[in-house]
Design a protein around this ligand. Structure first.
Ligand SMILES: [Zn+2]
Length: 133
């Protein structure tokens, strides 16, 4: 068996951005060639076609750029944090920790560090993160 280099998804996006950049450069070049040719000879048909190509390429790169912006980044794959609240029925001591497999409300948890009484899971909820701006 031979080892094959796996292409990473991160690399694809950077290549994609490179393509967009090259397209923009080509579009601007075609536009400037077309504009220059048009000023030299307004009757020149190739000048108009160069400008047209430039415009189309510019519109295409703008569209591609919008596509990359629309794609949700890591945020979509980020799992929401689930919090378990453990409450001591005797003294009211409250312990908050990450949800663990098998947790359920009213399940007996570890002993209270204050009064040594068995604590109980009071609530399980999903942590709502405020959107960063
Ligand atoms: Zn307690």
């Amino acid at each position: 068996m031979s080892e094959k280099a796996e292409p990473t998804t991160r690399k694809i996006s950077s290549i994609y951005l490179m393509i967009i950049l090259v397209t923009i450069v080509l579009a601007v070049t075609a536009l400037s060639i077309g504009v220059n040719a048009y000023y030299e000879n307004p009757q020149d048909a190739s000048a108009v076609s160069f400008m047209l190509i430039g415009f189309i390429a510019l519109a295409l790169s703008a569209y591609m750029l919008l596509q990359t912006q629309r794609k949700p980044s890591r945020a979509a794959f980020e799992m929401p944090r689930v919090i378990t609240t453990i409450l001591c029925q005797k003294c009211g001591f409250k312990n908050i920790r990450d949800f663990q497999r098998g947790d359920f409300i009213f399940k007996e948890a570890e002993s209270c560090p204050k009064c040594n009484e068995k604590m109980m899971i009071a609530s399980i909820y999903r942590e709502v993160k405020e959107k960063e701006k």
